[in-house]
Design a protein around this ligand. Structure first.
Ligand code: RFL
Ligand code: PHB
Length: 392
């Protein structure tokens, strides 16, 4: 049987970042990841980082590529059918820009530094099971190449995303979940074409659309779609045509089309599990909470969870003090709920719901007009978009 201080389930951004930070604090960890590294790196997900996430990643020695390839921008635009778009200027209201930098690049960087520093990552770890979480010596078992292995540890970090095993290992009576499923998803494409250059959220009677980017020659676009959408029904030409219809003409004219290099559908969901701890198991990132991608909070929350959790584990091992471990769930959840509320509000405003009647549509238009005209309303959205500071 092997031993480590922290067994980390899941090698996505949360698990990899936690392992890297623990290493900087001389704390040993092992990551168990169900997929291969190649699989993890081909998933295309988040694209926008809050200023606090950027600073934290920089402080953790992960800033070089981000500062070279990331695209700082003043905020995001809100566009509306037959109206002129406006900018939610995070830089003006909060003093700091937002940064476009893909989750894929962050994950590549995390793999690079973990491999450079001799980090232990078990790929294709199957059938991970967690034992004795309520006691002082938890264990983690898994299968690899047909053999069963067990790891003894001091703590388990559940960083295995929404569908992972960690949250499901908590007895039902010890956890409460909150959930909202939305009656639509996002159909997204990546294309090697010059982007419009800004992040633009658009509402149209045909549905929501989003223009984003990963680099000067790499564009990312999304459109709201039904949950029964079949990708096979969406060849590139149809996607581009639908996308352009949903943006005001001046923006649509700036969209450069080309072949897609990736196309996928993600359903939208809000979900929170409380508390984010059971005995010696601590949940972080999507394992504990999901936000709809409107507002770009998911990865940023995974990063702030890891900040709180790593600080707590370091305090435990270095100072034999568990105060941060005791307050981890409450602290993390304050940020989580703020992001849940923001993402839910923005999702409601910008998407077309099947139940939206004329009254609801007018109310949404009025909200857009108010947001566009009111400096204080914009300041409030900017503050939430930029994200709460990490708590001391
Ligand atoms: P991940 O990335 O899901 O990683 C979890 C890892 O755990 C592994 N795993 C297991 N390993 C071992 N045993 C098991 N039983 C396991 N079960 C699962 C998985 O293979 C995986 O490698 O969770 P993590 O690390 O918490 O990271 C969270 C982020 O990935 C997520 O919040 C964001 O991608 C959300 N998100 C966005 N967030 C932002 O902050 N800004 C954005 O602009 C943004 N855009 C998005 C998004 C998510 C999207 N999708 C597809 C859901 C756009 C989209 C379309
Ligand atoms: C992205 O670039 O993938 C992206 C940007 C903003 C969002 C969600 C996703 O709200």
């Amino acid at each position: 049987m092997r031993r480590t201080q922290v067994a980390i389930i899941g090698g996505g951004p949360a698990g990899l970042l936690l392992s890297h930070l623990l290493h900087l604090d001389k704390i040993d960890s092992v990551i168990l990841e169900r997929q291969t590294k190649a699989y993890v790196l081909q998933r295309i997900r988040a694209g926008v980082l809050e200023p606090g996430s950027v600073k934290f990643l920089r402080d953790a020695g992960l800033g070089e590529r981000m500062d070279r390839e990331g695209h700082a921008h003043d905020g995001s635009w809100i566009a509306w059918q037959d109206r002129e778009a406006f900018l939610i200027n995070t830089k003006a209201h909060c003093g700091k820009p937002m940064t476009s930098f893909g989750q894929t690049a962050i994950t590549e960087e995390l793999y690079r530094v973990r491999e450079r520093d001799g980090g232990r990552i078990v790929e294709e770890a199957e059938n991970v099971r967690l034992f004795d979480l309520a006691g002082s010596a938890p264990k983690v078992a898994y299968e690899k190449d047909g053999e069963t292995a067990t790891i003894e540890c001091d703590f388990v970090a559940g960083c295995d995303g929404f569908h992972g095993v960690s949250r499901r290992s908590i007895p039902g009576a010890a956890i409460k979940t909150f959930e909202r499923a939305y009656p639509f998803g996002w159909l997204g494409i990546m294309s090697e074409t010059p982007p419009v250059g800004e992040v633009i959220y658009a509402r149209h009677e045909r549905g929501f659309a989003l223009a984003s980017l990963r680099g000067p020659a790499l564009s990312r676009y999304y459109i709201q779609c039904g949950l029964d959408t079949d990708i096979a029904d969406w060849p590139d030409d149809r996607f581009w045509e639908e996308l352009k219809r949903r943006f005001p003409t001046d923006i649509a004219q700036r969209i450069v089309t080309g072949p897609s290099i990736e196309k996928s559908i993600a359903p939208l969901r809000s979900f929170v599990a409380e508390p984010m701890r059971y005995g010696r198991l601590f949940l972080a990132g999507d394992a504990a909470h999901i936000v709809p991608p409107t507002g770009a909070k998911g990865l940023n929350l995974a990063i702030s969870d890891v900040f709180y959790l790593e600080r707590a584990l370091a305090q435990h091992f270095r100072e034999r003090d568990d105060r941060y471990l005791e307050s981890y769930s409450d602290m993390a959840l304050r940020r989580v709920w703020a992001a849940e509320r923001f993402s839910w509000q923005l999702t409601k405003l910008l998407h077309v719901f099947p139940e939206d009647d004329d009254f609801e549509t007018r109310i949404k238009l009025s909200e857009f007009d108010h947001l566009k005209a009111s400096r204080s309303a914009q300041a409030s959205v900017a503050e939430q978009y930029a994200g709460l500071p990490f708590e001391d």
